[in-house]
Design a protein around this ligand. Structure first.
Ligand SMILES: NC(=O)c1ccc[n+]([C@@H]2O[C@H](COP(=O)([O-])OP(=O)(O)OC[C@H]3O[C@@H](n4cnc5c(N)ncnc54)[C@H](OP(=O)(O)O)[C@@H]3O)[C@@H](O)[C@H]2O)c1
Length: 270
């Protein structure tokens, strides 16, 4: 395969100022992309990544809004006039235990993790290279492996799986491929909004690591290369696939979330 498979391409990575999205955006720039449009709400994070590569185009935009989607489209018009790769990465994780689910948090997750990609894909579709374009979702093992207390997050990621499969079929006749990665625990800021201290989260990650068949949790560099593999024009006969990246976590039975700050019973009563 070419060392610069994305030469001349325009790539969009939502939520690319931090975590998995940041690593992915930088990897696309390294792999020759001419323009990597990176979105997010925090300008400081966008400024930081833009300083690392001339290919990075920062767009402060909220994925939940039509205005945000239009801003991304305008940036793509200006930088290449097309979109070769669209990575739906922006996402939030909040816990919503069944008996005390905060409905606003549930709505926020649906708006960010599902409506955001639907809105942006609709607006960018006329710009997506056809044939040859590629859409990649950053989903989660939670989309298929139940995590107690995180049902609404899981719903959004199962929804991402459905969008992947349905759009893969719907867009195949245009030659646009749609795939997803489904990682397990990767230590990023996504965990920081659930009321635990960094030390507590570190402790939980140690526990995740000890329960993982390959003996560790993930890092962003475990995930980003697979997003690039899916998007690589050389892999033009792969669509509708959801790749679990989890160190073998799926091989173990799902269990109570050691992450949860909630203590209610989650095991079946029978
Ligand atoms: N880390 C894991 O263990 C893990 C596992 C499975 C799946 N994932 C998925 O991986 C993706 C990336 O998460 P991460 O782990 O890298 O965490 P992260 O560092 O918190 O990244 C999430 C990114 O999404 C952006 N974002 C959130 N709401 C947004 C909005 N309304 N508009 C625009 N951007 C928004 C955030 O930027 P701003 O806050 O500045 O907007 C942030 O840059 C998410 O979809 C997550 O569900 C993560």
């Amino acid at each position: 395969m070419s060392e610069k498979p994305f030469a001349g391409q325009t790539v969009v990575v939502t939520g690319g100022g931090t975590g998995i999205g940041r690593a992915t955006a930088l990897a696309f720039a390294d792999a020759g992309a001419a323009h990597v449009i990176v979105t997010g709400r925090r300008q400081s994070r966008l400024d930081q990544i833009a300083a690392l590569s001339p290919a990075i185009v920062k767009v402060q935009a909220d994925v939940r809004t039509e205005e945000g989607a239009e801003q991304v489209a305008q940036a793509a018009q200006k930088h290449g006039g097309k979109v070769d790769v669209l990575v739906h990465n922006a996402g939030i994780y909040r816990q919503t235990p069944v008996g005390e689910a905060d409905i606003q948090l549930a709505r926020d997750m649906v708006e960010t993790n599902i409506i955001g990609p639907v809105l942006l894909t609709k607006v960018l579709l006329p710009l997506i290279t056809a044939p040859g374009g590629s859409i990649v979702f950053v989903s989660s093992v939670a989309g298929h492996n139940p995590e107690p207390y995180a049902a609404m997050y899981a719903v959004t990621k199962a929804g991402a799986h459905s969008l992947t499969l349905t759009w893969a079929k719907e867009l195949a006749n245009r030659g646009i491929r749609v795939n997803a990665v489904a990682p397990s625990a990767v230590r990023t800021e996504v965990y920081d909004a659930n009321g635990l201290t960094p030390d507590q989260i570190d402790g939980i990650f140690k526990m995740f690591a000890s329960n993982n068949p390959l003996g560790r949790t993930g890092v962003v560099e475990d995930v980003a290369p697979w997003i690039l593999h899916f998007a690589n024009p050389a892999n033009s006969w792969v669509t509708g696939q959801i790749l679990t990246i989890d160190g073998g976590f799926d091989l173990t039975s799902s269990s109570d979330s050691p992450y949860s700050p909630y203590t209610g019973p989650s095991e079946a009563a029978w």
